[in-house]
Design a binder for this molecule. Structure first.
Ligand code: HEC
Ligand code: HEC
Ligand code: HEC
Ligand code: HEC
Ligand code: HEC
Ligand code: HEC
Ligand code: HEC
Length: 312
């Protein structure tokens, strides 16, 4: 009698254990995979290259931030290290010692219970109290923002603008699924790795009609966003890499003249005008095409020729 109960108990225990193993990460006791994901991503990095001072810490290590810190008059840096020199810290802010570095830990984005991450929330670094956020974008934008600077210029420009009618501001979608709307619809919140366009649109681009039937001739050269960008960025072959891949880019004027760099667009549109690239006298010698992709009729005879005929 006693023995049977114990045996039953063991069987029951084994079943529960099996269920736990099968359900795997469902157990709130095991968040190791989230720790590993976070560890592999950019939010776990804080080091001398990231301005370990109590001003830059606002976003790089919020728990080390001092809201009173300011950026002093140049030429002092907020914090700099030149080869063979000690760290220099600018007027108005303090160096944070390595043993105090926090980076962006679980508790910045989650209410913690017994060391485990629970619901998503923002740990306000001034009050050190949790603030509700209604979606992931609101959370990400605590730091992925553009700030105005002071007289000595301390602005940072990190705002990610989601836009374009294909994903946002879309008047009703055709398929079953809503288009991605918030940051974590594409980005893993912990590794921050994004889903690529093709991960969701493989079937759409495989159609014979895609890009006026010419996609096959361009797919190895032209990226999705070079065609589908809604923000009006320039496009062209990658300015830094040797692969000729067409990307969105921007040319800015610096002290040593104009320089072009690749920039990422988060604004996506459905309509694509072919003459965005295939315009007349384009420097890449692409065939000239109309917005609809037609080859325009040959130009009408020059007026100069007519004058010649009248003369003769
Ligand atoms: C308002 C928030 C905020 C502040 C303040 C801030 N950063 Fe950043 N920083 C970010 C974000 C967000 C990124 C990464 C995303 C991106 O590149 O858009 C970043 C990226 C960086 C990078 C990596 C960029 C690269 O090209 O590899 C460095 C280095 C850096 N910051 C240094 C600093 C220093 C030094 C300061 C102080 C002068 C500072 N940051 C202040 C938000 C901030
Ligand atoms: C930069 C903010 C941020 C940090 C830091 C962060 N998380 Fe998260 N975490 C999120 C967001 C946002 C979600 C919701 C993801 C979604 O909606 O897809 C989430 C979801 C989760 C979930 C629930 C997943 C699910 O599918 O329900 C767990 C568990 C979790 N995080 C654990 C952790 C742990 C452990 C850490 C620290 C190692 C951590 N998180 C660090 C933002 C963060
Ligand atoms: C507490 C501030 C903070 C929050 C909240 C935050 N980030 Fe970041 N994020 C940063 C900083 C700072 C960096 C730059 C780290 C570095 O380069 O060392 C960064 C880097 C990144 C990068 C890599 C950028 C690059 O140039 O490769 C991505 C992608 C990213 N974050 C996405 C997100 C997403 C998505 C969320 C919301 C779930 C989020 N972040 C929330 C501060 C934050
Ligand atoms: C997480 C999945 C996902 C990712 C990643 C994604 N999309 Fe989408 N996209 C969707 C969904 C879902 C829709 C709505 C489809 C519908 O209307 O049925 C959509 C709509 C669109 C549309 C409009 C389609 C139409 O019929 O009106 C275009 C164009 C588009 N996406 C292009 C892109 C490009 C370019 C990228 C990469 C920068 C991208 N998408 C990344 C899921 C995604
Ligand atoms: C439609 C999917 C999608 C959505 C939604 C999305 N991203 Fe991205 N994001 C990407 C892809 C794809 C890349 C990488 C592009 C590449 O490397 O070519 C990227 C790159 C980034 C980068 C690094 C590049 C840079 O410009 O410095 C940051 C930071 C970032 N995303 C933050 C965000 C934030 C914050 C949000 C929400 C406001 C967001 N993303 C929403 C797909 C998305
Ligand atoms: C050479 C330019 C070009 C490239 C590159 C391109 N597209 Fe398109 N795409 C178009 C055009 C043009 C349309 C049709 C829009 C129209 O009719 O005005 C289209 C339509 C779409 C649609 C809507 C399809 C439907 O059935 O409604 C999606 C989704 C899409 N593209 C995704 C992508 C993705 C993902 C990539 C990259 C893998 C990509 N496109 C690359 C030009 C391009
Ligand atoms: C973002 C720039 C861009 C847009 C927009 C674009 N193309 Fe192209 N196209 C290219 C590039 C670059 C090549 C050369 C590809 C290669 O050599 O691999 C090309 C090559 C071609 C070719 C093969 C070579 C030729 O000239 O006959 C055809 C056909 C073509 N495109 C048609 C179109 C049509 C139709 C559209 C509109 C639906 C379009 N393209 C929109 C950049 C673009």
């Amino acid at each position: 009698m006693h023995l049977i109960t114990r045996k039953r108990f063991i069987v029951l225990g084994a079943i529960i254990l099996l269920m736990l193993v099968v359900s795997g990460c469902q157990s709130p006791e095991d968040q190791t995979e989230y720790h590993a994901a976070w560890e592999s991503g950019p939010h776990s990095t804080y080091d001398q290259g990231h301005g370990p001072n109590d001003w830059c810490a606002r976003c790089h290590s919020p728990q080390n931030w001092n809201p009173e810190a300011t950026v002093g008059r140049p030429p002092t840096c907020v914090s700099c290290k030149f080869p063979g020199q000690d760290m220099t810290v600018g007027d108005g802010n303090d160096l944070i010692l390595e043993e105090d570095w926090k980076a962006i830990p679980c508790e910045t984005c989650h209410v913690m219970e017994n060391g485990y991450a629970t619901e998503m929330a923002w740990l306000n670094p001034i009050s050190m109290e949790y603030q509700e956020v209604s979606n992931s974008t609101e959370l990400c934008e605590k730091c992925h923002v553009t700030t105005t600077g002071n007289a000595f210029g301390s602005a940072v420009d990190h705002k990610i603008t989601l836009g374009g009618s294909a994903h946002l501001n879309y008047g009703g979608f055709i398929g079953e699924e809503a288009p991605p709307t918030y940051c974590t619809d594409c980005h893993d919140a912990h590794t921050t790795e994004p889903k690529q366009c093709i991960d969701c649109h493989e079937d759409d681009i495989a159609t014979a009609e895609h890009a006026g039937g010419a996609y096959g001739l361009m797919k190895d050269t032209v990226t999705c966003i070079a065609c589908h960008d809604a923000s009006g960025l320039d496009v062209g072959p990658h300015p830094d890499e040797d692969n000729d891949l067409w990307v969105t880019q921007e040319t800015t004027m610096g002290r040593s003249g104009p320089s072009t760099s690749a920039v990422i667009s988060h604004s996506i549109v459905f309509e694509v005008a072919c003459d965005k690239c295939h315009f007349e006298e384009n420097t890449w010698e692409l065939t000239v095409r109309t917005a609809d992709g037609e080859i325009p009729p040959p130009p009408t005879p020059e007026p100069a020729e007519e004058t010649e005929t009248t003369d003769g």
